[in-house]
Design a protein around this ligand. Sequence first.
Ligand SMILES: Cc1ncc(COP(=O)(O)O)c(C=O)c1O
Length: 388
Amino acid sequence: MNTIYLDNAATSPLDEHVAGTMEPFLKSDYGNASSIHHMGRKSSVAVETWREKIAKIIGARSSEIIFTSGGTESNNSAIFGLLENRTGKQIVTARTEHNAVLYPAEHARKMGYEIIFADIDETGKVTPEALRKVISKDTALVSLMHVNNETGVINPVPELASICKEHDVPMHCDAVQAVGKIPVNVDELGVDLLSMSAHKFHGPKGAGALYVRGGAPWSAWMHGGSQERGRRGGTLNVPGVAGMGKALEVAADGMSDHISHIRDLHQRLYSGLSEKFGDLVRFNGDPENGIPHILSVTVTDSGYKPLDGEMLLLNLDIEGICCSNGSACTSGTIKPSHVMLALGMSEELAKSTLRFSLGKYNTPEEMDRTVEALFEIVTRHSDSVPSL
Ligand SMILES: Cc1ncc(COP(=O)(O)O)c(C=O)c1O
């Protein structure tokens, strides 16, 4: 049985060119990038070369890129590195953010900060009006994501960032589900800090970066050695940096073909599910305007009763189909997704929600097979079969 991997928002397979780019730094060119000798210099030259390329792709200067271990570290570093330089006592964010923003914010709350959640609209977006309502002179920072990892909804980041600018408040953007999937340019977005993670765009796990705009009120969060010009202590993950750089380069070069391929897949899955299930499926977020890489579907049985999402996941898995029912970090537990709850869904319906996340290696046939398999599973588990 062939695997159909539809969990690319959790993590994605390495691009075929990436392993080759990483290999020398895992085998022969293993020098520590901080070492003075020629082995170290070889590594540091590679790191700086990739830093420059990554910076160029997102419209930044290379001095504004700090390498990290991934999205979670970048978000923590952004939030705590800003708080240290700000006098305001409020953090503005949204309930639909990833836990890699919500939990650092929760930790800051224990340190005496107040968390203010901007309202979301019915699709899960934070509108400029919602941000205007909560931003104030006591706002230490705003942290709002680019693309939601569960629904694919895209926040209007340029408008949100310009409100922050008006109020002289730094804005951090978790762009982990955007970078490498859609064009991301830090000047067009207007954000001050931006997080990215290589394994979401066919790069290696454990490699990421934080963009920090020159002059932003931010200082190091991870203390240790003087790597990254004192802004992130710790031996540089040279294979990871090279792998992330190569993955982003490949993604940027093939961006328009990639988007049109994913859009076709998304359309096929969306219409396949709609045709087969009718009103027994409900699509969450804003499938027409969101990122095509993610399709969030709430499935009910023929009596419109929620189905157990875990049961659906396990049965799909038996058919070789991998997807998820929330963010990867909460799967494995039976807690309903906080994003679905924030969208106003009941716990039961939230638990009967599946996330299909598409990647460049998926095919149209896989979309058809997934629709068929899900239909067969739901039919088997429906109390009153006739309408299905
Ligand atoms: C939106 C978002 N932010 C942050 C993260 C965490 O990234 P990482 O796994 O690189 O720590 C994820 C991972 O799922 C994510 O989807």
